[in-house]
Design a protein around this ligand. Structure first.
Ligand code: IPE
Ligand code: IPE
Ligand code: MG
Length: 258
């Protein structure tokens, strides 16, 4: 996430009253936003560039959107960076994505600390390069005391794999630690997922127009509001984010009631 200087995180103070820049009322904002950052490849193709150029441009969007979510005082932002299905891509694209991810984690660590951002990684460790895991672990450790936005990066993440892992953990609890199967309820399943401790996302944004979930946070988004924009991730800006928040603010959330 190699952003140029103007897109890098700059010192911010979370908004407390009505936000003068966006006109958004803090009370109407989602606490946790999850984003399927799609369309980097199409963005690059449309410009006659290699797909990796789209991923590089997308990394700058990550900085922009993270900074704004921190500024607006959100609790959490979860970004789908690499799915457990993305290993099917050509090896050179996968390698380039891992290199980009490593560089971003190394470069942004100090900035995350400055902004009070608490970093966290979700997804299976197995399969990820040691360099990426080390950089992610170092970011988690260095930002653990952050009291602002939790930035959660889904890397080698698949919701079904996450649920399988949770089921295995609970089975071990039953077998070895006397957990009564009757005590397995929704809270305990939530607490066994990679996202334990985070509120469920209130809002799921997908860029680049596809109307699907692509194995993202299937348990956690049961009642999330969905916003799909045609804009490709590298072109997604603060205005687009505010637009999604406005749509969210206008939704009537019934949770099955009337
Ligand atoms: C999203 O952009 C980034 C990742 C999935 C890693 P894509 O690379 O999927 O872009 P499109 O969908 O091909 O345009
Ligand atoms: C979803 O995008 C995964 C990420 C954004 C990391 P994909 O591009 O992999 O999704 P599909 O293949 O279009 O469903
Ligand atoms: Mg895609």
């Amino acid at each position: 996430m190699n952003g140029s200087d103007d897109t890098r995180m700059t010192a911010t103070t979370p908004v407390t009253g009505s936000d003068p820049e966006s006109g958004l009322e803090p009370a109407t904002l989602p606490r946790h936003v999850a984003i399927i950052m799609d369309g980097n490849g199409r963005w690059a193709n449309a410009r006659g560039l290699p797909r990796i150029a789209g991923h590089r441009a997308g990394a700058e969007t990550v900085d922009r959107i993270t900074t704004e979510c921190a500024r607006l005082g959100l609790d959490a932002l979860t970004l789908y960076s690499f799915s457990s299905e993305n290993w099917k891509r050509p090896a050179d694209e996968v390698d380039a994505l891992m290199t980009l991810c490593h560089a971003h984690l190394v470069e942004q660590r100090e900035r995350m600390i400055e902004h009070g951002i608490r970093f966290r990684r979700i997804g299976r460790r197995e399969g990820l390069p040691a360099s990426v895991l080390d950089a992610a672990d170092a970011c988690e450790e260095a930002t653990a005391a952050g009291s602002g936005l939790t930035l959660c990066l889904a890397l080698n993440y698949g919701a079904r794999a996450e649920i399988v892992d949770a089921a295995r953990r609970l089975a071990v609890e039953v077998r070895d630690h006397g957990l009564d199967p009757a005590e397995i309820d929704e809270d305990r399943i939530s607490a066994s997922l990679d996202t334990h401790g985070l509120p469920d996302p209130d809002l799921l944004i997908r860029t680049a127009g596809e109307m699907r979930l692509s194995n993202f946070l299937l348990w956690q988004i049961s009642y999330a509001e969905l916003v799909v924009t045609d804009v490709a991730w590298p072109d997604f800006g603060i205005d687009g984010l505010h637009g999604a928040f406005r749509q969210f603010a206008g939704r009537a959330r019934r949770f099955g009631g009337v």
